[in-house]
Design a protein around this ligand. Structure first.
Ligand code: NAD
Length: 499
């Protein structure tokens, strides 16, 4: 069993005045505190450029907590653990001050020198901060020193390698916690449990019984005010390289021999290694891209009209792809992925489609074909599992009707259902790296994605090729039609859509 309580520790948060800290990190810390999951010895130093003091910082933390949770008892006690230092990330003097305060808090709260350095900052600062932490003595303590890093980890394999080499000079791989917040989501973590805790699924989880797997992550929003960042990223780097490929690996990996972080990582890495690599010539057979144009009726702008976006932009806001695994378990089974902005609904779902039965004895009343069995894993916003089966329709004739067995995590209790960041912070404090991405996974996923992004950079796409608030480019449908499949419509997959 994994240890549940956190040891005493000081969290040093870089980017303490930023959006991520405010929306996610402070509310998550508060929930951990309120549930008694933070050791009584805990303290947080927030750093950023603004010349705030402890008082202003504590009010800021309090406000962010009050906005996100209905229960605020213990809030005063909670914020008394927060300290603030104005900081310039490239200036050694800032680190000297930080070190003095960290050492003081170490004594005050008996923290045993345990430190979590959380970099909620733009990625160009990751390397510099890691260098300074070591050079200026912040990592020089008796306890653990862990580095928690936000995405993106590089923008291609060479830049990721460079960043990795730099931070590895100050931190061992075992102390680096690369965040992929999808791995903190309840139903993403449930993929392993569904697979490995049910006699029903694992025997069928292979190319003899599964015809294809579809993973969709769609958003209704456009790029909003993040046009500048998105222009350098696009859907491929923003979603596929990390979140989508992580879900693919969890679905495709072999059963680990235990739930230890190293064992799971080993199997995920083997899954990444068995993905069929693409070449510049095959990219367009396996992957398609899209960019949303305006939707006049609903007054939605096209991507090229958004703030800080090039009027001729070649950046994709939609990607669909087919991933093949060249191994015994999955040979011949396509894993289809798609992700896009300005889609008709916000939804992340996994659909496992089972093969048709060898011979059909039944008909549906309207002479439609029998539906295949589907296992649907609802990741967000709904959380749950649905199993699509065929059953006898009540009446005298032997007609079938599709039925669904559903489990919905719907009674979401804000205090008791942990949010992704809450779980990830808790894991990092406990030293459990299962739900973080190891360098081997990052490098393999970049090698896969780099071939696609290079091919797409070199060929200008006929953008825009789907209107805002529609389901994406035609080519994404054709990708499956060529194999005799189609995307399961998301609205049909809702927990209650038929019956
Ligand atoms: P932000 O721009 O809101 O905040 C950046 C923070 O860095 C601010 O506190 C700012 O004061 C500080 N900062 C900037 N330059 C500095 C300098 N030279 N010295 C000291 N401090 C400096 O950014 P954010 O949205 O909070 O994102 C932070 C990180 O988290 C990024 O890597 C981002 O990709 C990642 N991320 C954010 C979200 C989100 O929802 N906001 C989601 C996933 C990942």
């Amino acid at each position: 069993m994994k240890q549940f309580e956190t040891p005493p520790a000081l969290t040093i948060l870089f980017g303490a005045t930023g959006d991520l800290a405010k929306r996610k990190l402070y509310p998550s810390l508060y929930r951990l505190y309120r549930k008694g999951h933070l050791a009584s010895g805990f303290a947080v130093i927030g750093t950023a450029r603004r010349p705030w003091d402890n008082q202003i910082f504590r009010e800021h933390v309090k406000e962010s907590v009050m906005k996100s949770t209905p229960l605020h008892d213990q809030i005063e006690e909670f914020i008394s653990h927060f300290y603030y230092l104005p900081h310039d990330v490239s200036d050694s003097e800032s680190y000297a001050e930080l070190r003095i305060l960290a050492n003081e808090l170490d004594q005050t709260y008996s923290l045993g020198g345990n430190r979590l350095f959380y970099l909620a900052m733009a990625p160009e600062f990751f390397g510099t901060i890691a260098d300074h932490l070591k050079a200026d003595g912040l990592t020089d303590t008796e306890g653990f020193g862990r580095l928690v890093i936000e995405k993106p980890f590089g923008h291609d394999l060479p830049s990721a390698q460079e960043l990795n080499t730099q931070i590895r000079q100050s931190f061992d791989e075992k102390d680096i916690y690369r965040i992929d917040h999808y791995l903190g989501k309840e139903m993403v973590q449930n993929i392993e449990t569904i697979r490995f805790a049910n006699a029903l699924f694992e025997p069928l989880w292979n190319n003899r019984y599964i015809s294809n797997i579809q993973i969709t992550s769609s958003e209704t929003l456009g790029v909003e005010e993040r046009g500048g960042y998105y222009e350098t990223s696009g859907a491929l780097k923003d979603m596929v390289q990390n979140h989508m490929l992580q879900m693919v690996a969890l679905l495709a990996m072999e059963p680990p021999i235990s739930l230890q972080d190293e064992e799971i990582r080993l199997e995920k890495v083997r899954a990444f290694r068995s993905m069929r690599p693409l070449t510049p010539e095959t990219v367009n057979d396996y992957f398609v891209r899209g960019q949303y144009g305006p939707n006049e009726g609903e007054l939605l702008l096209g991507y090229r009209q958004e703030l800080n976006v090039d009027a001729e932009s070649n950046t994709e806001t939609y990607v669909a792809g087919k991933i093949m695994f060249d191994n015994f378990r999955w040979a011949g089974v396509p894993f289809y992925i798609r992700t896009g902005k300005r889609m008709p609904m916000k939804s992340t779902k996994i659909v496992v489609q089972f093969k048709d039965i060898p011979m059909n004895l039944y008909y549906r009343p309207d002479d439609q074909e029998l539906e295949p069995n589907l296992l649907v894993i609802h990741i967000q916003p709904e959380e749950g599992i649905t199993l699509h089966l065929n059953a006898k329709r009540a009446g005298h004739q032997l007609h079938t009707t599709p039925v669904k067995l559903s489990y919905a995590n719907s009674g979401i209790d804000i205090m008791n259902t942990p949010e992704a960041y809450e779980k990830l912070i808790h894991d990092a404090m406990r030293g459990d790296s299962t739900n973080f991405t190891h360098w081997d996974e990052v490098s393999l996923s970049w090698s896969f994605v780099d071939v696609i992004s290079k091919a797409w950079r070199e060929q200008k796409a006929p953008f825009p090729n789907y209107a805002a608030n529609t389901k994406g480019p035609q080519a994404a449908d054709a990708l499956l039609e060529r194999d005799g499949f189609f995307w399961w419509p998301l609205n049909m997959l809702d927990v209650d859509a038929y019956n």
